[in-house]
Ligand binder design. Structure first.
Ligand code: KG4
Ligand code: ZN
Length: 345
């Protein structure tokens, strides 16, 4: 079965073709980063318009790359939520229109299920049951995955998502959007121990997390440095030191909660996914933490950590293959709890 996947939930237009026999046949991605950079965050209306501009050229590109005709496609998957409503509408309308024109079933995919299943696209893929750490710009969740499609929320951030905190700290330091990779790059030059930020909520039981206090700690440290500086500016070294302290605190907080989630659910496998799972310090830390427990950690290649069409084509293919398909209504769910999804049987 060959499934076309379309991702337009936020600021990346992603298109891919997944074949249940041969894996990903072709993929294309357009990032709107430059469009939103001057605003320091995603502007929803600009995002929707740019998806409209880029979707058709990207579709043509993947068909050419795969050497396929439209008639070769057996189903279409698109991101139905969660995400920006206008942006979601573009992919959903395109996906449904193509399904009708080609007379193939379509399926609206949950964006976070796409992330969660992305590690299964890799060789040596993990199998449920496992615990998933979903860390993106909009979500920070620990999910108990008892079977494909069976997701139980174990804990989540009660305020900012981890990626959002990375982005906000980057903005305070005048680094570009999205800030995660820039903070990570600066942190590599940071001096160990110059700043130590709190590890929020780790002494409380449970698996909920909080990142807004950590962001505030970074803000106070930045303001203090600005006052001490003759020109009111931070040096490159100051920035690196703040980035390191922030990254260490965020990563350690996530690792403590992951360890607890594995123990609590008696799981031996941790799967990490979403944009922040591209973070090298987080990967290394979770590798270390799981090793100590005799458990294993899995993550996707960096290109499948951040938003992409491949993960949507894949998650959609699993559901279409199991017989699920859209009815005649156009479903968009800008808010959509993962636990509401049905098992993939
Ligand atoms: O999954 P994603 O592409 O989009 C959402 O669904 O939100 O995640 C984007 C988030 C951004 O907040 C970005 O700063 C963060 O992932 N991110 C990183 C890294 N790469 C991307 N955060 C930390 N370290 C990175 N290397
Ligand atoms: Zn995402």
């Amino acid at each position: 079965m060959k499934v076309l996947g379309i991702e337009t939930s936020c600021d990346e237009t992603g298109v891919a073709i997944f074949d249940t026999q041969h894996g990903i046949l072709a993929e294309a991605l357009y990032s709107q980063v430059a469009v939103h950079a001057e605003y320091g965050g995603v502007v929803p209306e600009l995002a929707s318009r740019d998806h409209i501009r880029k979707l058709v050229p990207l579709l043509r590109q993947v068909f050419e790359q795969a050497g396929l005709e439209y008639a070769d496609i057996d189903g279409v998957a698109y991101t139905a939520g969660p995400g920006l409503i206008g942006a979601l509408m573009v992919g959903a309308a395109a996906g449904r229109a193509l399904g009708m024109a080609w007379q193939v079933p379509t399926i609206g995919v949950h964006h976070m299920e796409g992330h969660l299943l992305a590690p299964l696209l890799e060789e040596n893929a993990p199998k449920p049951p496992f615990v998933a750490l979903l860390v993106s710009g909009g979500h920070t969740q620990l999910v108990n995955v008892s079977a494909l499609g069976c997701y139980e929320l174990m804990g989540e951030s009660i305020d900012d998502a981890a990626g959002e905190a990375f982005d906000k700290v980057a903005k305070m330091l005048d680094l570009d959007y999205p800030g995660g990779p820039h903070v990570a790059r600066y942190a590599l030059q940071g001096e160990e121990g110059r700043f130590v930020f709190p590890r929020p909520m780790v002494d409380r039981p449970g698996l909920d997390m909080s990142f807004s206090g950590l962001k505030t700690a970074a803000l106070y440290a930045i303001q203090k440095l600005q006052k001490q500086s003759p020109n009111g500016q931070l040096s490159e070294q100051d920035k690196a030191d703040i980035c390191l302290a922030f990254e260490q605190a965020a990563v350690e907080t996530l690792a403590i909660k992951c360890r607890r989630a594995l123990q609590q659910s008696d799981n031996q496998v941790l799967v990490m996914a979403g944009g922040v799972s591209a973070n090298q310090r987080l990967r290394a830390k979770l590798q270390q933490a799981t090793q100590k427990l005799g458990a294993k950690v899995y993550y996707p290649r960096p290109a499948y950590c951040t938003d992409n069409g491949a993960m949507i084509a894949f998650a959609g293919a699993l559901r279409l293959q199991a017989g699920a398909a859209d009815d005649l209504r156009l479903h968009i769910r800008p808010r959509w709890p993962l636990a509401e999804l049905a098992a993939i049987k």
